[in-house]
Structure formats: C-alpha cells, structure tokens
Design a protein around this ligand. Sequence first.
Ligand SMILES: [Zn+2]
Length: 161
Amino acid sequence: MPFTPLHMGPGLAVKAVMHRKFSLMVFGWSQIAIDLQPLLAMTTGLVELHGFSHTLLGATLVGLLSGASGKHLGEWGLRILREPRHLPISWGVSFGSAFIGTYSHVFIDSVMHVDVFPFSPFDLSRPLHAIISIDTLHVLCVVLAVVGGLVWWVVDRLRRR
Ligand SMILES: [Zn+2]
C-alpha cells in the first residue's frame, strides 16, 4: 500500500541523531515521491506496482528529484508549521535527507514485498525479502518512530533553552 506512515519511523530515528543535518520534511516528501508509482499502478494499472521506483537505480533518480524539489517544499512546509528555527534547509541536507528517504524506503519494501527487486535490472535476486516477518518489521518501525521521536523532542526542547 502506498504512503504507509511506517516509513517515517526510521526518519524520526535519523532526525534524533542528526538534528539540523537532516530534514524530516524532505525525508517525508521522498516517501511520497517514491510511492507515486504504486499509487499510479493501483489507480490506473498502467505501470508495475513497485517496479523501477523501488530499485536502487530508481531510488537514486527519485532521490535526486526529491532533493532538488524538497528544499523549497520543505522550507514552505516549515513556514506553514511556524518552525522558522529550522530554516533554511541547505541543498546538502535536502539531497542527503532525500537519499536516506528513498534508500531506506527500498530497504524496508524489499523485506516486505515480493515484487521488489532492488538490484534490477542487473540482478533479479531478492536478498532481503522476508528476512524478518512483516509484523516484526512493523514493530521495528514503530519502535524507531516512538524512541526517535521522543529523543528528538527532548533534545529539541533542551536546545530551545
Ligand atoms: Zn513503497
């Protein structure tokens, strides 16, 4: 299913560690961008469900596009949320966050979905598929979200003082 919030779990954990060197806005944008193909597949049936966007090659392309568009989109989002302390988002942070987003997305979906071939078109193996159960993967993502979110929130409050 496209746009599952579970992908934000690792993002919150990375945010807790990297703080201003990572943009959760751009990371989130990259999650939406990479799942546009599954959305298109589900609504039109014209493309493969995961296909190219969920390969390392596709994730690199989506990461480049998300990084290039994410800086201004993320800054716009931060202004709407009235979080000017986090402005501006540098180009390095934008591209870095987008790539962390798309590669972690492919990693997670490679475990979860039978039709994700991360090394396609060079190799059609699925070395990560079902290495852990989907339930365990979901629990891991939720734990990362809760722990990462909590650590980020506490550190952010301490820095405001
Ligand atoms: Zn996906």
